[in-house]
Design a protein around this ligand. Sequence first.
Ligand code: FE
Length: 225
Amino acid sequence: MASNHHAHEHHRHDEPESDIVMRVKALESLLVSKGMIDPQALDMLVDTYENRVGPHIGAKVVARAWSDPAYKRRLLEDGTAAANELGFPPGPEGINLIVLENTPKVQNVVVCTLCSCYPWGTLGLPPVWYKSPAYRARVVSDPRGVLREFGTELADDVEIRVWDSSAEVRYLVLPERPAGTARMGEEELADLVTRDSMIGVAKAKPQKPARRRRRSANGSAEHRA
Ligand code: FE
């Protein structure tokens, strides 16, 4: 499974499209032709989840929680309200966001065993491996082994709690704040928060990679890809 974690799905244009892709296209054109959906609204929705909403949102929530103990309490008490507080609705109406705090003795890991429920509002679209039957089954039966494949070695006395998402409840993991980051501001801290650390299969990055940012001529900080 490890070899699949970072594999990308490629579609060759000379190959027939998969059944699911053809079905989605057929359904979309039917709904548009019946006037039931507005193709522009659909494009906007896809753009939102593909480009505008992503793990950088969750990273801001985590960095705020690391920096502000009162916010962290509110986040753990009511994730939905606390995400909204920062202007990040956790998803469509009715979605309940629950935030799970990792500690030196507890590692929380999120899965959707039935399909691919995911905290879209804070993490964007799920990675391919999250939706794979292998992850969904194995993270329940052998969470320690799956985490090891992600490069996350946990001591035997660390309890792993696996949380099964549903249509109504989505989970976001609050990773442990890395050591040696006491002087970092929220923006710098957010750079340490990876998508995988908020799913719970990895830890936050231990240190800020050297020279990840450079100053542009107008003084604004730029991120390198
Ligand atoms: Fe699901």
